[in-house]
Design a protein around this ligand. Structure first.
Ligand SMILES: [Zn+2]
Length: 356
């Protein structure tokens, strides 16, 4: 903390001169890309080699812009604090990144973000997906405990951004409703969702079609703390899971607000409508990027619970920049679908495309 007594004897004009001086230093430091690297240094929890994660690292001089370099004594590779983080190889200044996070908090479109930051729209696309890639780490660390409301959400498969050669090809459905045991929701992505009494939120794509015990097991077995109370609707798929994991199960019949013990699903239902509104701001999120947007929603919700609005962009930037989670552009574009599209369309005639 700054000692107030240092300034108490200063006159207003002297203070103003001092503030102008500080402001010019702030502008200078914010305009450098090396500042993001310094921020990464401060935010990192583990200072280790980003390639082999060895902590046997030594300082290895500075770059022209004054960034500290390191060398790994194990794998011999050289790196700096930004390597494999969000700002790895980024020429953008600290200030541009911070404005970018402001645009994310405001849920601005990529086009509007590009105009506001005076950068290329493809660059904003890459920036957004690098952020989403880092936010998955936030989800991976969530543990739900206490009273947990769980449910599912279904979204239609959206093939936006898929190259023609990777598209599933299908003609008319062989069997329509009635004859098939596969229902309409087989064309929908199933998202398992849960929130606990501490406002932790968890959304994960688990497959296509109605949720099964296997999907619940795969998703929640490491997320939900044994001994918790699980509150769900009356689907039987939750019963076995609750039994296997020593959870107290409270089920609420559909059409009723609460069960006899007073448990309800109001929180998770509220989150479902929040997430629907959130996704609608982006006009058709591709299924292959949907998990990233769910992670963004969950992280932003966490921010609204814990940080005042004006500080949210800075807190989000500090968090994201401290994560070792780089992804290159080619990998963003060629990202796999989180579900098997061929499986989702399996009761259509399927023939691999011969197009380019
Ligand atoms: Zn190494």
């Amino acid at each position: 903390m700054i000692d107030k007594t240092l300034f108490e004897n200063m006159l207003p004009d002297e203070l103003q001169t001092f503030m102008d001086f500080l402001k010019s230093i702030l502008t200078d430091i914010s305009s450098k890309s090396s500042t993001t690297t310094k921020l990464a240094n401060r935010q990192k929890v583990n200072h280790c080699c980003p390639y082999c994660f060895s902590s046997y690292i030594v300082k290895d001089g500075h770059s022209k812009s004054g960034v500290q370099r390191y060398r790994c004594k194990d794998c011999k590779k050289r790196f700096n604090d930004a390597t494999d983080t969000l700002c790895s190889n980024s020429k953008l200044s600290y200030e541009v990144w911070l404005h970018f996070f402001e645009c994310m908090i405001d849920k601005l479109s990529l086009r509007k973000t590009a105009v506001k930051l005076n950068i290329n729209k493809n660059t904003t696309f890459a920036m957004r997906h690098k952020v989403l890639n880092a936010l998955k780490i936030f989800r991976e660390k969530i543990v739900l405990s206490g009273k947990i409301q769980a449910d599912e959400l279904y979204k239609s498969i959206n093939l936006k951004g898929t190259r023609p050669k990777n598209m599933p090809r299908f003609s008319k459905p062989r069997q329509t409703k009635g004859g098939s045991k596969r229902g309409i929701s087989d064309h929908q992505v199933c998202i398992a969702s849960a929130t606990d009494e501490w406002d932790n939120i968890y959304f994960e794509i688990v497959g296509v079609g109605p949720i099964t015990t296997e999907m619940i097991e795969k998703t929640f077995s490491t997320v939900i703390k044994p001994g918790s109370t699980l509150i769900t609707d009356c689907k039987s798929s939750y019963e076995k899971f609750a039994y296997n994991h020593n959870l107290k199960l409270q089920q609420v019949k559909s059409g009723t607000y609460q069960n006899l013990a007073g448990y309800n699903l109001a929180e998770i239902n509220g989150l479902h409508s929040n997430v629907e509104n959130f996704l609608q701001s982006f006009v058709g999120v591709s299924t292959k990027h949907l998990q990233g947007y769910l992670d963004w929603f969950s992280y932003q919700k966490y921010l609204t619970y814990t940080v005042e609005l004006l500080k949210q962009p800075q807190v989000m930037m500090n968090y994201v920049i401290g994560q070792i989670a780089s992804i290159n552009i080619a990998d963003i574009y060629s990202k796999d679908f989180p579900v098997d599209i061929c499986d989702a369309y399996s009761h259509y005639h399927f023939s691999p495309s011969t197009d380019i």
